[in-house]
Design a binder for this molecule. Sequence first.
Ligand SMILES: [Zn+2]
Length: 295
Amino acid sequence: MNTRAEGSAGASTAQGITEGEIAAGLRALGLTERSTALVHTSLRSFGWVEGGAEAVCRALLDACGTVLLPAGAGDHTRMPAPPGLVRPHNAYWNAVSWADFEQALDRAVPYSPERPVDRYLGAVPEAMRALGCAERGAHPLFAFQAAGEHARTLLEAESPDRPLAPIEALAELDGDVVLLGVSHEANTAIHLAEQRLGRSRFYRYAKVAAGVWAEFPNLGGESHRFDDIEPALRPATTEVRIGACRARRVGVRDLLAAVTEVVRADPAALLCPDPACRCGAALAQRLAYVRDRRV
Ligand SMILES: [Zn+2]
């Protein structure tokens, strides 16, 4: 595990980049054994990695005191809303009939920590789950996994109605968000800042046991315009190259403050103008929140 490579930190070779080089790059980014970091990753961004996604996991565990990774299993548990259940500004679809809903319930699988991590999150979170050294939360749609000193603190913050609470706990610990080869579109913490302002709070549905489904509030919405936050975060961001990977680190408190500022200034910030997109529902939530509470 502590196979720090010879040679310069983060330099990739014809054979690809090694676990030791990735760990050195993460240290150059500012991560230490005292760091607590929520990490979003693209394995492909590194180029060829000796040992693949597992090597990236081991480098993270080596360089960083506590690692928090997304670990949702919605690919397996997700359900449509039942017929007739329409929440305002919820941007979701209903089963067309109860027969279709029952079929969806048959097809879905209840959450358990052994379920594979959702594929859209990339190869690294699933590799971390498979390694077996991280604990995993219990949210059927939006679990996290964590390893290291503060893993319990982060995961125990989660509850069925507060899937993003581990990021609240990360902020209390003055942790970091680390983006490895991904843009802010992968930056889940932005959803937390939105939700604190009444925006991007969606109800979603999951199978929770044989023949049983449930509704879960406060799931985040669309993120395809989140990279618009980049200029506002630049002063607070540390950036290095790890092989071919653009690696960035920003304190989660700085991140939440920056998003809060831009959304307060413009309720449509970090959203697209397409009325058919979930962005429109998120904006409507924010406008209703401002109207009702004037904040
Ligand atoms: Zn949109």
